[in-house]
Design a protein around this ligand. Structure first.
Ligand SMILES: [Mn+2]
Length: 512
């Protein structure tokens, strides 16, 4: 959906969820700014039982001049109603009748969305989504520094001070907004109320510690989700605690934060695993978070035949049971392999040869001069390199990007004259880290094909593994059951993992 599609309406009401948080207010504020600029009659409101009380939000409304009004009695509006940071008809937003409805949100999609909607649950905040939509209309929110500051704070609070950011668009917004730092500092230092300080203390007092795997589980009362981050950050500093999960259960969602300080557990992977198909989770290697949808959890409990899973049937107990079970499953599931010190046995191994593959490549000296320090922003994360030894950037068919040295490129790939035309979910970029100048990767991409002269031995995995490769012993690659584990014929320590759905496209068996 484009924002300009909403301009056919003259009366527009923007509704935040009940008990609005900074992200709902900021994204609503941005929509209001856009509609008013386009000459529309627009209003920003929220409903629900409570008027905004939290001190950081009061500062936000006052200092950033957000004209939001509390309308508990309102039950009908004329024209268009846009729900922001929430979805029309869901529990966390009081129902309003309207002639037309639009939804702009970044949570898990609900069953029936209106035709006018944009819901992207991989974004860290609704602020990012609205920022992106406004940018696509050719406007710059930096024209209003108070609005830019609000959007920044929306993302900041929704991602635990940016630590749970995972999408490159979130990082783009973080980089591009010009904000009033002192207002941000003022708001973030009024984040916890005395009551929440007490909730934090109580939750930590009742920790559950799992000695063998060295993880801690903290169950808090429903509170501001940011406080889960505070609890887990603090608890992780404890000796003997490598991983920490903090969560709370509310009727609207089960919210959790994950922290890890060991290289064998990626917090973002664990968060995604905990959420499973009941919600969503993600973030960074050391810090991540996520949520579960209560109705899906209840559904799972209804379907479960195993008495043990059933607990008392109360949401609180159900969520606790589920999270404890998932944590145990995660730790039991993996075998860790350090490729530098290991070779794989030949049991079950077959010989394969690589099928020539198409790639895009970018000669980095075409983009910036030799010696430039650059940041490549991709869907999987940022890569910092100096244009020197890593002369080339490879772009795979699924959009994955990695740097490669000149010699290796020449040896393994043949360049082609035609173009490499592919569209990916996120257009990767190259930024000059010194000057800040940014260029699109796809504007420089050329076409290459791999030579396919590599032989490997491989077998499907019957147990999940975490593999530390010979060239990176800091960051592991995960393999699930059915994925392939392989090593190069000419180097038994060069062990790697190939996803099962890619294997047949990439390799063919050599009959011996
Ligand atoms: Mn939000």
């Amino acid at each position: 959906m484009r924002l300009n599609e909403l301009l056919k309406f003259n009366n527009i009401t923007i509704q935040c969820h009940d008990n609005p948080d900074a992200d709902a207010l900021a994204s609503g504020y941005a929509l209001l700014w856009y509609f008013e600029k386009m000459g529309k009659k627009a209003k920003l409101i929220y409903k629900g039982k409570n008027k905004i009380q939290k001190s950081n939000l009061k500062i936000m409304l006052e200092k950033l001049e957000i004209p939001v009004s509390y309308e508990p009695e309102l039950d009908k509006v004329k024209g268009l109603l846009v729900t922001v940071d929430c979805q029309y008809g869901q529990k966390n937003v009081s129902k309003l009748k309207a002639d037309h409805i639009a939804v702009i949100d970044h949570h898990q999609k609900s069953a029936d969305l209106p035709k006018l909607s944009d819901v992207r649950n991989n974004l860290g905040s609704a602020s990012t989504l609205v920022w992106d939509l406004i940018k696509k209309e050719g406007l710059d929110v930096n024209d209003n520094p108070l609005l830019a500051t609000a959007l920044y704070y929306g993302l900041y609070t929704d991602t635990n001070k940016f630590s749970e950011v995972s999408h490159p668009l979130d990082r783009d917004m973080q980089d591009e907004l010009i904000v009033n730092k002192s207002i941000i500092v003022e708001m973030s230092n009024s984040n916890i109320s005395l009551n929440e300080l007490k909730i934090t203390g109580n939750a930590i007092l009742n920790y559950k510690y799992f000695k063998k795997e060295k993880y801690l589980i903290i169950h808090a009362e429903a509170c501001d989700p940011n406080i889960l981050g505070v609890m887990s950050d603090f608890s992780l500093e404890t000796a003997g605690v490598n991983v920490c999960l903090a969560y709370f259960v509310s009727p609207i969602e089960v919210k959790f934060s994950v922290r890890s300080c060991v290289k064998e557990v990626h917090a973002n992977e664990l968060a995604a695993f905990l959420a499973g198909d009941l919600g969503g989770g993600g973030g960074h290697i050391f810090k991540a978070g996520g949520s579960l949808r209560p109705e899906k959890l209840k559904q799972k409990y209804k379907e479960s035949k195993d008495k043990k899973d059933k607990g008392s049937g109360k949401l609180e107990a159900l969520a606790t049971n589920y999270l404890h079970m998932r944590m145990k499953e995660y730790f039991d599931m993996y075998e860790v392999i350090y490729a530098k010190e290991t070779t794989l046995g030949m049991d079950g191994m077959k010989k394969y040869v690589k099928i020539p593959q198409e790639f895009g490549y970018v000669k980095l000296t075409d983009v910036f001069p030799k010696g430039t320090l650059i940041t490549v922003r991709t869907l999987e994360g940022d890569i910092d390199i100096t244009i020197d030894k890593s002369h080339y950037l490879m772009v795979g068919i699924t959009g994955e990007i990695y740097p490669i040295a000149k010699e290796k490129f020449k040896k393994s790939y043949k360049t082609l004259d035609d173009s490499f035309d592919k569209k990916f979910e996120y257009d990767p970029s190259i930024k000059n880290s010194v000057t800040g100048e940014k260029k699109s990767v796809m504007a420089y991409v050329k076409h290459a094909v791999s030579k396919g002269n590599v032989s490997i031995y491989a077998r499907p995995l019957d147990k999940c593994v975490k593999l530390f490769t010979a060239w990176d012993d800091e960051k592991y690659y995960s393999g699930g059951i059915g994925d392939y584990i392989a090593f190069r014929e000419d180097d038994p320590h060069d062990i790697y993992i190939i996803k099962k759905d890619l294997f047949d496209q990439l390799y063919k068996e050599v009959k011996m």
